[in-house]
Design a protein around this ligand. Sequence first.
Ligand code: HEM
Ligand code: FPP
Length: 290
Amino acid sequence: MSATWPQRFGHFLALCKLRVVALIVFTALVGMALSVPGMIPLDALLIGNLGIGLAAASAAAINHLLDARADRIMARTRNRPLPRGELDERQVLAFAIALAVASMVLLVAFINVLTAVLTFASLIGYAVIYTAYLKHATPQNIVIGGAAGAAPPILGWTAVTGEIHAHALILFLIVFVWTPPHFWALAIYRRHDYEAADVPMLPVTHGVEFTRLQILFYSIILVLVTLLPYLTGMSGAVYLAGSIVLNIGFMGYALAMLRPKSEQLAMQMFNYSVIYLMALFAFLLIDHYL
Ligand code: HEM
Ligand SMILES: CC(C)=CCC/C(C)=C/CC/C(C)=C/COP(=O)(O)OP(=O)(O)O
């Protein structure tokens, strides 16, 4: 029996990794906010974020396409539209291209070419370089690939000002350093999945204990990097206070993870990492407008 229209719509929506895209767009929005003293210009706010979101959704759809083989094997991903046969490869490719073209047209026509070029580079970075190559080549996959996911604050910044400011690079650095602990916490919990699918994630290639140490290492760097907005004068005391509270939680998880019996904790740390980034960027935003 063929799918109804609402069902089909749901399948295409599932390709977009909407919750990830939502957080990506939020970091872009904060990049926009911090780039100017007053309100974000309306074209950047509406069209800029839409263009960035469409590119991220397109990248996610291409990731589904290129990773269908591994997704079919892993318990976490085997219910995705391609492994379940709800969509075929041609439909996913057409959808991804349509989103990418829409994104580029919006960004070039209404924002600026620099933002369009950087957004396209992020799309290729995640959808092709990370998914098709790095992910299956090296356990440093997500460290390098993280650069694509960390780009949105820069994209937001350039969407408003047309240039890359050092403060935008600080925001990039925060997401870049946050990504390894974010992902490796989940990878520890899901390591048997990755092993079965032959994906060389760090807990598979170097073991859980080493991965926990790496999580701690990146968490310490993250604490230091999240001080930069305050130390450079980009943000004030409200941000500092918020980031300290969030960082105590992050370090708490990273240290608690060192205990041998921390299987469930890994998943809790992963969930916390998402709340952490959302809240940290919310503090940047609140601090900016206070
Ligand atoms: C190379 C970089 C990254 C990797 C490898 C990665 C990996 C993952 C994985 C495997 C999941 C689990 C999804 C699931 O359960 O189906 C996830 C969830 C999530 N990631 Fe990341 N991530 C990366 C970067 C980012 C970035 C840059 C953001 C946002 C700024 C982000 C936001 C999220 C959110 C919000 C979730 C929760 C999604 C949900 O609840 O469905 N991730 N990530
Ligand atoms: C602005 C722009 C174009 C940004 C693109 C960056 C982007 C969409 C990053 C998403 C990161 C992410 C969800 C990785 C999932 O890893 P995975 O693919 O290994 O996880 P999976 O096993 O769940 O597919």
